[in-house]
Design a protein around this ligand. Structure first.
Ligand SMILES: *Cc1c(COP(=O)(O)O)cnc(C)c1O
Length: 388
């Protein structure tokens, strides 16, 4: 069967070859430890699960979602309250907030809502691979903006060629950043708003790690910037802060025209989020903020464990303070892939090669902290042994 070009143009999944090797190793009885994927292993808090179960018993909730495409008003109101209490951002739940089936869905729908065939959409290199896929599926043309350690992994807008900026209609950004862990600043937000205004570029600020911060790093929303709502939307998600990756619930907030456009896409594709999941989401935002603190102290300990182990084998670096990933420079004289392969072949430890996130990921690997403490400790012990 012939498959549409829009799909065949999407680069193959970069972990594919690695996955084959992993499956073979497992079949051979090798104890493989994967530090490659960002997906919390600890359970969603009980109270959120209880809310889901109770709501699922009410037949009213078996019908199409309430308020269909925008998500139920009570959920949107709770998102607005959350944004106000966590970030000091004021949102109108009626026109500036939208429920999503995860922030990844928002990335995809943002392109459908804003981009015409052939329009350029800016994204960072390294960056989250789903942006490229969303841009290609929506008929846009991805353009990679390098983000470098020397600029704290923030794009330098002056370095983007003017002819490209003029043709660009959208831009994906994501700080705290997957994969580098880098965080944005308020000054950066101001520059971003200026740049977006100057070239009429709609910003899709993907912020699912807004709560995953260490060492006193300030919690930030792009919508805190003056003028942000004129130029874009912010996507956020309950996946990472509440260990709800599988539940598929998130939100978009910001520019009312874009929110309305994304709602129109949803109205014509998915009809919204299962009501009990929306109720559970309300419950999470309302009652489980403290759970995030508990998770952060778990990640903090793991982060220290990894940094200490890496220090012992001579890898010392100034780790950015966001996300549950560590973006680790590879030992001198090795490529990302060589280091990744050596960790796998000699220590049965799987990490993500930096080049899976773009060419500027060369020289790095990404380690995820979403693994049980004892498995992470075992992985670090193996790495220390191999590189001692
Ligand atoms: C995990 C992740 C997402 C996906 O979030 P969902 O809400 O689960 O869809 C989106 N963007 C980035 C950068 C991520 O790392």
């Amino acid at each position: 069967m012939q498959i549409a070009d829009r799909l065949t143009n999407i680069p193959p999944y970069l972990f594919m070859e690695l996955r084959k090797k992993i499956n073979k190793a497992k079949a051979d009885g090798i104890d493989v430890i994967s530090l490659a994927i960002g997906d919390p292993v600890e359970a969603t808090p009980d109270s959120i699960i209880d809310e889901l179960c109770a709501r699922a018993k009410d037949p009213e909730n078996h019908r199409y979602p309430i308020d269909e495409e925008k998500g139920m008003l009570a959920f949107r109101q709770e998102v607005a309250r959350w944004y106000h209490s966590r970030y000091g951002v004021s949102l109108d739940p009626g026109s500036e907030v939208l429920g999503l089936i995860g922030s990844k869905e928002g990335c995809h729908h943002f392109v459908l809502a804003r981009i015409n065939p052939g329009d350029i959409v800016l994204m960072t290199d390294p960056g989250y691979p789903a942006y490229r896929a969303s841009i290609l599926m929506g008929g846009g043309e991805p353009y990679n903006v390098p983000i470098l350690a020397e600029n704290r992994y923030l794009p330098v807008f002056e370095d983007i060629p003017t002819d490209i900026a003029k043709k660009a209609r959208g831009m994906f950004l994501n700080y705290p950043n997957n994969p580098t862990g880098a965080c944005a600043t308020r000054v950066f937000f101001d520059r971003l708003v200026d740049f977006a205004r100057q070239f009429d570029i709609a910003v899709c600020y993907d912020n699912p790690y807004s709560e995953i911060l260490f060492e006193g790093q300030e919690r930030l929303s792009f919508l805190m910037a003056e003028g942000a709502k004129e130029v874009g939307i912010e996507l956020n998600s309950l996946s990472k802060p509440f260990n709800m990756c599988g539940w598929r619930i998130g939100m978009a907030a910001g520019n009312p025209d874009l929110i309305a456009a994304v709602s129109k896409v949803k109205e014509n594709s998915d009809s919204g989020i299962f009501n009990p999941i929306q109720y559970a989401g309300i419950h999470a935002l309302k009652h489980e903020a403290r759970f995030i603190e508990d998770m952060l102290s778990i990640y903090e300990k793991r982060r220290e464990m990894v940094l200490k182990a890496l220090g012992k084998i001579g890898i010392v670096f100034d780790a950015p303070k966001g996300t549950f990933y560590l973006w680790v420079p590879v030992p001198k004289g090795m490529t990302s892939l060589e280091f990744t392969n050596r960790l796998f072949d000699k220590a049965a430890v799987v990490v993500a090669a930096g080049t899976a996130y773009g060419q500027y990921g060369e020289g790095y690997i990404r380690i995820s902290l979403t693994v049980p403490d004892n498995r992470l400790a075992e992985a670090m012990a193996r790495i220390e042994r191999e590189f001692a």
